[in-house]
Design a protein around this ligand. Structure first.
Ligand code: MN
Length: 294
């Protein structure tokens, strides 16, 4: 039986990325991964982007991870070193696999001025993390009704529906759109899970989960009871605990310092490993990797 004692609650850290305020829910010092999910930046919401030329990020590299870009409001233009050029709209999944190396630019393009979304990263397993890069865009995704709302399945399987998006590890991600009332969400006991509220608020026991707060459930939970106070949008992510301790620095995910340092050198030397990206935004230099990377 679930109880509040084995759910961890933590606060996201506020930062600014690409001229936009973000709440970084992952990684945290005591919570590095949830399944293979290793990074979560809740972007905005920004009601009116003031400097469209500044909103977004110029060419920068990634290794060893997949980026999952997901919008609630606004539009982004994704361009990468594979030659992809894709407008991302709300409800569409942008899934970029870095493997041994990729570079991309993410430029804000929204018409209404509002900008709201989340970018998550999935750590790649050893089987694919040195492999080729790839890009997928999913304009439509499976959506299913829940008792008090609906779920859109970005990756993996949830509540009987399965996304066709690429998946290198045993994980899933879904957006929950919840109405007022009490909802019981079934969970897989072999997965660990996290809940990130993007809009609205809900209660888990006595604890309020609103934007900026993360709820983490270790494996062995078969359900979570949510008391939804107002119409709420939340991301539910989960997966089998990740195989290996990871090292992260800047936009790189690896297993040790030397891998990250090699990626930093290769990017700053503009080696072929990453390739060029067409973008009006400034190319971003990689910062030095600290000698001890946690
Ligand atoms: Mn990126």
């Amino acid at each position: 039986m679930d109880n509040d004692q084995n759910i961890e609650f933590s606060d996201a850290r506020s930062s600014v990325v690409g001229g936009t305020p973000v709440r970084r829910a992952l990684p945290q010092r005591h919570r590095r991964t949830v399944g293979a999910w290793c990074f979560a930046d809740h972007i905005g919401p920004v009601e009116q982007v003031k400097n469209p030329a500044d909103a977004g990020i110029g060419p920068h590299p990634h290794i060893g991870l997949q980026t999952v870009t997901w919008l609630i409001d606004g539009e982004l233009r994704h361009r990468d070193s594979l030659g992809s050029d894709q407008l991302i709209r709300p409800g569409q999944l942008n899934l970029m696999t870095a493997g041994n190396g990729i570079a991309h630019a993410e430029e804000w393009r929204g018409g209404t001025g509002r900008y709201h979304g989340i970018q998550l990263w999935v750590a790649q397993p050893d089987e694919t993390r040195h492999g080729p890069c790839a890009f997928e865009h999913h304009a439509s995704l499976p959506r299913i009704d829940l008792r008090h709302g609906s779920a859109t399945i970005l990756i993996g399987s949830f509540a009987g529906a399965t996304s066709t998006a690429r998946r290198d590890t045993d994980h899933f991600g879904a957006q929950l759109d919840l109405h007022r009332g009490q909802s019981v969400i079934e969970l897989r006991p072999d997965y660990e899970h996290a809940l990130i509220v993007l809009d609205g608020a809900l209660h888990v026991g006595n604890v309020t989960i609103a934007p900026g707060r993360l709820a983490y459930l270790p494996a062995m939970h078969s359900e979570i009871a949510l008391d939804v106070a107002e119409p709420t949008i939340a991301m539910l992510i989960g997966g089998a605990p990740f195989e290996a301790p990871i090292s992260m620095w800047w936009n790189f995910v690896g297993r040790d310092h030397d891998e990250l340092a090699a990626a930093q050198l290769d990017w700053n030397a503009r080696r072929d490993r990453f390739g060029p990206v067409d973008s009006m935004r400034a190319w971003i230099k990689a910062p030095d990797v600290p000698s001890r990377t946690s």
